[in-house]
Design a protein around this ligand. Structure first.
Ligand SMILES: [Zn+2]
Length: 374
């Protein structure tokens, strides 16, 4: 069978199809961080963190792409020098010809992403999202003078409209005649007060997720030439994939918290973890969230979970869980997310085979939990 070469943009398409960027938190920065989307990728490396060690490992192992969970770039860089950790990683990536792509909160929330894998690893049955994603989608229809259709569409896309899975800039335009009569005191872009105008307009339609709505409407108002913008905002009943933060499901049978803890250690490959709650109590309904999931303590209790498995639990959060009668397992940020690397590598390798790409998918095996327990 003949094979073909994949480019960075092909891998971005696969990743965004699985982990739609519109699921990412607004503060997050997912997708291409560094590199040329047109560059050929014959080998890629998957890692949890885009630090210098990972970039170096990618370059040394001949990989042209590093896919990580945590993003490299969060705040704008004021200078690009090797004198700070982020600058150093960018510097090395550019010099080594390594592109960097991040799949972060979009991969946490996606139907088949990090939390799905975590629930499967802990052998939960019937797992579903603990905090379902705000999946409400809107159809935005706006009437624009034909001369400004392209410009307004650009503004809507820049605000986050028009994303459907791995496709972006999705819209539909039809032409027609719009009418209006400017009232007293108006300063119309076209026509004059008191006289009915007929204008060639386009009806521009696109989709907007609820979380991007304010930003998209703001951009629309700024880009549209009319004083009064005519638009329709229509809630859609389209079914979205079972996305959401965390998962909740059941163990095959009840276990003591202590026994469940042993099962978690084996599943996640961690030597130690911390428990909140009586080790002898029985647990059957389990909530999980990879990384820092203490923000889901209340939701886990409300959904009837006996225990929440996550990382990064602080003292007052442990006390809060005690008060609520919810047991906690803190297996660490690293151990609850590390499985992302192997699972993603496996599924990217399958995807590459299905598409006949000549692509090696490697796992970065040099990462360690920064915390040492002794
Ligand atoms: Zn994390």
């Amino acid at each position: 069978m003949s094979t073909r070469l994949a480019r960075v943009q092909d891998l971005l398409g696969v990743l965004h199809g699985r982990f739609p960027p519109e699921l990412a938190e607004e503060w997050d920065n997912v997708g291409l961080q560094v590199g040329d989307s047109g560059a050929v990728v014959e080998r890629l490396l998957v890692a949890l963190d885009p630090d210098c060690a990972a970039v170096t490992a990618a370059a040394e192992r001949g990989a042209q792409l590093l896919v990580t969970h945590h993003p490299l770039l969060f705040k704008p860089l004021r200078r690009l020098t090797p004198d700070d950790p982020v600058g150093r990683a960018v510097w090395q990536a550019v010099r080594g010809g390594v592109a960097i792509v991040a799949a972060h909160t979009n991969a946490d929330v996606a139907a088949a992403g990090l939390n799905h894998w975590l629930a499967a690893r802990l052998q939960l049955v019937g797992a579903e999202p603990l905090q379902p994603a705000d999946g409400q989608l809107y159809k935005l229809v706006v009437f624009v003078p034909a001369t400004h259709g392209e410009m307004v569409a650009e503004a809507l896309f820049a605000g986050g409209a028009g994303q459907i899975g791995a496709y972006d800039q999705c819209s539909f335009q039809s032409s027609g005649i719009g009418t209006f009569r400017p009232g007293p005191g108006t300063t119309p872009y076209l026509g004059e007060c008191g006289r009915r105008e007929q204008v060639e307009e386009v009806r521009l339609e696109t989709v907007v997720p609820r979380r991007r709505l304010n930003r998209v409407l703001e951009r629309l108002m700024r880009a549209h030439p009319y004083e009064e913008v005519a638009y329709d905002l229509i809630p859609l009943a389209n079914a979205l994939p079972a996305a959401g933060l965390g998962r909740i499901g059941r163990l095959a049978g009840p276990l003591s918290l202590a026994d469940f803890a042993e099962q978690i250690k084996a599943g996640l490959g961690c030597a130690t973890l911390r428990l909140v709650g009586d080790p002898g109590r029985l647990v059957a309904k389990v909530a999980v969230c990879g990384g820092s999931g203490a923000g889901l303590i209340q939701e886990a209790q409300r959904r009837g979970a006996d225990v929440l498995v996550t990382g990064d639990i602080k003292y007052h959060e442990a006390r809060q869980a005690e008060e609520l009668g919810l047991a906690l397992v803190d297996a660490g940020h690293f151990a609850t997310e590390r499985l992302f690397v192997g699972e993603l590598a496996k599924s990217l390798a399958e995807e590459a085979a299905a598409r006949s790409w000549r692509l090696d998918v490697l796992v970065h095996d040099g990462e360690r939990d920064p915390f040492i327990v002794r």
